[in-house]
Design a protein around this ligand. Structure first.
Ligand code: PHE
Length: 324
């Protein structure tokens, strides 16, 4: 009787693998209405002289079952813990999951490169407003009424006296009105003109440069632009100055760079600051001299990256943008 129950118990115990199973088994054997209790109750049917012996057996069996259940519970606890660890296991030698990062637009890259070059030459980066008045954009820059840039058909006007700046040169005026010479600044930013084709966008980017000091010459201008071209396009890059005209510089130049596979290419306008401009900002032209230049950032990005249609810059095709 005891042996049968014991065998039955151990065979059931060997099937148990979860907390729930072992609990059910405990109730089945040790509970108030469990198998061991049933044996206890049967003691009444046992002849009195055998009762002591019987009780001893039941107690032993009870102890054995309790012990076995306790051990099994501990075993299950350990197993569950191990399973939990296995679920948390991480292979730290695996390569990390790389997050996709965005990157700078090719025009922005050139913008930053320009800033780095000129900052390393001692220039300060300053900004001006996109919406300008005609005085800062034209008059102070000695640009007469008849100049085509002033035409409504070429520029975006808000009213007679306000427009989206057509170049970054008004920042020269704003800077000189605020600071005393000597000074060296560049001013990158957006500019606006009514143009749209493979080489012109209505919104594009320029970088202005202005250097004012005593006895500044065309030699200083040429050195500075040559140094810029060499750092931007490579150390043997040649530049050349061709005579040109801007109302705010005298003399004025168009500046070309020689690029392998292209030949001579115009990259910027420049010149010696016109005495009239100095007068407009209260600098004495007898005492101060300087040079200024302005270049298209988009244009330089096109040359550097071999892009032939400027409109690629604003299509936002990630395949295009990712390749620079
Ligand atoms: N502002 C001129 C342009 O937009 C460029 C320039 C700047 C020329 C400074 C001379 C000096 O074309």
């Amino acid at each position: 009787m005891f042996e049968d129950l014991k065998n039955q118990f151990f065979s059931e115990l060997s099937q148990v693998s979860s907390n729930e199973d072992i609990n059910n088994l405990r109730i089945k054997y040790l509970g108030k209405k469990g198998e061991v209790q049933k044996l206890m109750k049967k003691i009444k049917e046992i002849p009195p002289e055998q009762r002591k012996e019987y009780g001893k057996h039941v107690n032993e069996l009870k102890k054995e079952i309790e012990e076995a259940i306790k051990n099994k519970m501990e075993e299950i606890k350990k197993l569950e813990k191990q399973k939990a660890f296995e679920r948390m296991w991480v292979d730290v030698t695996l390569p990390g999951a790389r997050r996709k990062l965005g990157h700078n637009h090719p025009v922005m890259k050139i913008w930053r490169e320009m800033e780095d070059i000129f900052v390393s030459l001692g220039y300060e980066v300053v900004e001006g407003p996109d919406i300008e008045d005609t005085w800062h954009n034209f008059d102070a820059l000695n640009t007469p009424e008849w100049h085509p840039a002033r035409d409504e058909h070429d520029s975006f006007y808000f009213d007679d006296n306000h427009l989206l700046r057509t170049h970054t040169s008004p920042v020269q005026i704003r800077t000189m009105l605020k600071k005393k010479p000597p000074l060296a600044i560049i001013s990158p930013g957006r500019v606006y003109r009514r143009d749209y084709d493979a080489t012109h966008l209505p919104v594009f980017h320029q970088c202005e440069g202005l250097y004012v000091d005593k006895r500044v010459t065309v030699g200083h201008l040429k050195f500075t632009l040559e140094e810029f071209a060499r750092r931007m396009f490579g150390e043997n890059t040649e530049i050349r100055l061709r005579p040109s005209f801007f109302p705010f510089t005298e003399p004025s130049f168009e500046v070309d760079v020689y690029l392998e596979g292209y030949g001579w290419l115009e990259i910027l306008g420049a010149g010696m600051v016109d005495p009239e401009v100095f007068k407009n900002v209260g600098y004495d032209p007898e005492e101060w001299s300087g040079f200024a230049f302005g270049m298209g950032i988009d244009r330089i990005a096109m040359l550097k990256y071999g892009i032939t249609d400027i409109r690629e810059f604003i299509k936002n095709d990630v395949r295009f943008l990712r390749s620079y």
